[in-house]
Design a protein around this ligand. Sequence first.
Ligand code: SF4
Ligand code: SF4
Length: 351
Amino acid sequence: MGRILATLEKRLAPLSSPQAQLDRLHEVELPASFETSLAGAGLFPLRATGIDILQINVGRRCNQTCRHCHVDAGPDRKEVMSREVMDACLAFLERHRIRTFDITGGAPELHPDFREIVVRGAATGAHVMHRCNLTAILLPNYADIPELLATHRVEIIASLPYFQSNETDAQRGEGVFEESIAALRLLNGLGYGRGDGLLLNLVTNPVGTFLPGNQVALQARWKQEMKRRYGVVFDQLYTITNMPISRFLEFLDERGKVEEYLTTLANAFNPVAAAGVMCRNTVSVSHDGTLHDCDFNQMLAMGLTAQAPRTIFDALTDHGMASLSSREIALAPHCYGCTAGSGSSCGGAVA
Ligand code: SF4
Ligand code: SF4
């Protein structure tokens, strides 16, 4: 009886803590563990192949509270990257000549020093990418940001679940679609998405418990529909698989679909996608300076494996960088979200 009650309590407890999420994921009996699938593809242990991308999560504050958000972001979140951590990230970029600087959040614009991060990041010579929810740049205090991004040739990766309002608003909130279109028109007006080097890429994720469709085919359809319906142009469409963590894991759990969804991901394991997962050339920094293999591991509080540096401060030395560049990646069942079908990464499909 005690065990039944304990299980029931566990079931009723929200999956709010990273450990509770990891426990829930590990409960699922999959056809094979992620490590076994990697071993079958000759990829275990999975190792980094270098650091091409520094991705920083500047905080979890956001003006939206999307249902699928893997960051569990929202207006009430207090986490903000400190100036010390910010300075260390910029020093890391410069010292190790990192090619790409990827700024994410929350809504990164809400960080008090967002403008400075962009300007100093671009000054290092790195290609700067900004993950934008589109609505934040319409807020009164942030009206100068689109022009700042254009001036520094920052690539914008903008999330938009679908090219119609019902599906988008169901996932991101009432009225978000209309505002997103207004923001996209504003960006187009500044020259974004018009093929002259100011890159505007859109990110879509399925509005449900299925894998994304074919990225190439979807991009062709989206380009046509966005132009015809709203006069909006963009460069590329990235399809991203919903990661079974945070709010999407809670969504699955409430509907009794955790097993089904994880099994779908595991059955769709693609060795080619596994070889190209983003953690192999990326390191992710949290607002407090700890290092993670990716933003998903960051949300699950999974640090780097034992031999690798723990924080961005430890990674500033040549020794820290060397060990970071060849580290073994920390894995858990959610990793199947990156290797299913055509694969999924912050840059869309992998295979
Ligand atoms: S806009 Fe992005 S960060 Fe903000 S709640 Fe939505 S998914 Fe999360
Ligand atoms: S979830 Fe992170 S660590 Fe796991 S495969 Fe994907 S990118 Fe790599």
